[in-house]
Design a protein around this ligand. Structure first.
Ligand code: ADP
Ligand code: ZN
Length: 606
């Protein structure tokens, strides 16, 4: 069967993503390869399609039981016989797997590395293996960030099955890790397939200098703009996850916290509820997300600054695996920076972690295309602006801010450099705060000199001044602010200082908040006319999908992903043939669900 035909028949897709076709051809020719593709890039298809085309069983090594389960369910939902062998199987299952492998019915068998070693002289000797795939291959390397000792024994694959092609796949591997993978797995003349790290469907946005109240209002507004869409809010601490979560619940959202201090049972429940679309928002510490493949996470908010670009990119990468346009938002504030610097300094690897944090900070502060920064961080050249980040959308405009800078620096100097960010703002704004009075700061000349500017805007301007190096934070001295040499030049009028105009779009947006019907995700707007009608149908189709998912005890996104559901709502197929032409509908799904979906469409057109 032709590859493109098989792609449509088994997976329902019309065309290959970048490099998939080349990789599949390479593997079909019996050759080894290393594949580097970002999360959601479509790595699995590179072994799943050969698996259905080749005679025998494809054996996939995967480190996480939850990921195996997800993959197996999704293959079965396409009518492909697949199993996972790991510590969770019971005897009956094991015998069924053995039987179906021996009779060559099984196309794909997932194994944990331990299980692979255990089955080498048993099952694996009895069946015809068409291909080996090692998923998350970076786990083999101590250089990688997720080293797993079991992986280092995978050299046995080539030793025992020298003639079976081996495909290693990963989303993160620098040069050293790549070489390590090739060497340790003894890949034969491997070809390295490297696709871009870019995730063009993710919109990148940073908001700086927000205080808690503004953050919360922005979060609320953001989620209102994404009705019924699942998302994750990453927070630095357990306390914050709980606070923001109860805040959202108070506003009628279906949210749950997730952090290390919950019991395993509760954590599993939150994860399962999220996977099955029973919870819309998870407010999590970084512990959340590893090992879930949920394709319809459609936005990610970082309530606090992450500690490295790797972390940040991995976390926003959990959005939009289905290729739908997704919004991401990062809040950046000085208080986070202070906490993170302290943590980095006290970590075992202070120099490295401080450097990583510095890069993260540069990203958050940048006034150039954010995607350019990310991709260059990962060693890619990206020679144009993306037009899909906040900087590209609202290029910064500057103004002569010398007087503002002088007011701030003068207040710092006059208080003898004994104040931090918050007190500085209070002095500038002329606030009546007890500590301020006690220390006599209400008597200095600049007290109230910046009354005309809101605290929120001062926060932003001061961050800009900090970034431009006009003052620095003495972390070892109560985080007090110290004017630098460059700062002094501006303070004494030897130099001008240009600041970036603050753009606040919330005030505009907030006025539209009341009318729910108009707050659909802006990104869809251009694509489709008659949006409201297709929205209504989309909701009805979602209900049907949910029903089917419950009948079969699988997550809704495995029945059909959001993108496919959107296409059905827009195209409104009236016949099975039209239904089958939708991207994401293969033969199996057409036969299994077609009529039920058509009925819902027909009902809604009446
Ligand atoms: P990862 O690289 O993270 O392992 P997956 O293999 O899980 O990514 O693929 C991500 C999503 O993209 C899945 O929902 C998958 O079905 C979809 N996908 C893969 N290949 C294609 C394709 N050629 N056309 C459309 N969707 C695809
Ligand atoms: Zn950009």
């Amino acid at each position: 069967m032709e590859q493109l035909e098989a792609l449509k028949r088994y997976f329902g897709y019309e065309e290959f993503r970048p490099l998939q076709k080349e990789i599949i051809e390479h593997v079909m020719n019996g050759q080894d390869a290393l594949v580097l593709m970002p999360t959601g890039g479509g790595k699995s298809l590179c072994y799943q399609l050969p698996a259905v085309l080749k005679e025998g069983t494809t054996v996939v090594i995967s480190p996480l039981i939850s990921l195996m389960k997800d993959q197996v369910e999704s293959l079965r939902s396409n009518g492909i016989v697949a199993y996972a062998l790991n510590s969770s199987n019971d005897e009956t299952e094991y015998f069924q797997i053995l039987r179906d492998c021996r009779t060559r019915k099984t196309k794909i068998l997932y194994l944990s590395p331990e299980r692979l070693l255990g089955e080498l002289d048993r099952l694996l000797k009895e069946i015809k293996i068409s291909l080996f795939a090692v998923d998350e291959a970076h786990c083999i390397s101590q250089w990688g960030h997720d080293f797993r000792p079991e992986y280092t024994r995978l050299y046995v694959i080539k030793e025992q099955f020298p003639d079976v092609p081996l495909l290693a796949l990963t989303a993160t591997a620098d040069k050293i890790t790549q070489q390590d993978i090739i060497q340790q797995l003894s890949l034969r003349e491997p070809k390295i397939f490297l696709t871009s790290y870019d995730r063009p469907n993710l919109y990148l946005e940073v908001k700086r200098g927000y205080q808690k109240k503004d953050k919360d209002a922005t979060v609320l507004h953001f989620i209102e703009r994404h009705p019924n869409e699942c998302g994750i809010i990453y927070c630095m601490s357990r306390k914050t996850t709980e606070q923001i979560c109860s805040f959202l619940i108070r506003h009628g959202f279906n949210a749950a916290p997730y952090h290390a201090e919950l019991s395993n049972q509760l954590r599993d429940k939150v994860q399962t509820d999220f996977i099955n679309d029973r919870i819309q928002v998870v407010c999590a510490t970084i512990a959340f997300g590893m090992g879930i493949d949920k394709s319809n996470v459609h936005w990610v908010i970082h309530y606090n600054l992450p500690k490295s670009i790797e972390n940040y990119y991995q976390e926003i990468g959990r959005a939009g695996r289905d290729g739908m346009p997704c919004d991401t938002l990062l809040f950046y504030s000085v208080s986070d920076l202070i906490v993170l610097q302290k943590m980095a300094n006290e970590s075992g690897q202070a120099i490295m972690n401080m450097e990583k944090l510095a890069r993260m900070r540069q990203y958050a502060e940048a006034n150039i295309c954010r995607r350019r920064i990310l991709l260059s961080y990962f060693g890619e050249t990206f020679d144009h602006d993306c037009q899909h980040c906040d900087v590209c959308k609202n290029p910064p405009q500057r103004f002569d801010g010398t007087i503002l800078v002088q007011k701030a620096l003068s207040a710092i100097t006059r208080s003898e450099e004994q104040i931090g960010f918050r007190m500085l703002i209070d002095i500038l704004r002329g606030s009546a705060n007890k500590e301020l009075y006690d220390k006599g700061y209400h008597q200095i000349k600049t007290y109230g000199a910046g009354r005309d500017i809101s605290a929120k805007d001062w926060n932003d301007y001061l961050l800009q001044m900090l970034n431009m190096g006009f003052f620095e934070i003495a972390y070892n001295e109560n985080n007090n602010l110290k004017v630098t040499e460059i700062g002094k030049r501006v303070l004494y009028g030897h130099e001008k200082a240009m600041l970036v105009v603050i753009q606040r779009e919330e005030s505009v947006k907030r006025t539209t908040r009341k009318s729910k019907t108009t707050t659909v995700q802006s990104l869809f707007k251009t694509e489709m006319p008659g949006r409201e009608e297709s929205d209504r149908l989309f909701e009805e189709l979602r209900i049907l999908r949910r029903q089917i998912a419950e009948e079969q005890s699988i997550p809704p996104y495995i029945v059909m992903n959001d993108k496919t559901l959107r296409l059905i709502a827009n195209k409104r197929p009236m016949t099975l043939d039209e239904f089958a032409q939708i991207d994401g509908i293969g033969d199996y799904k057409k036969d299994k669900y077609g009529t039920r979906f058509l009925n819902v469409i027909k009902e809604s057109t009446k």
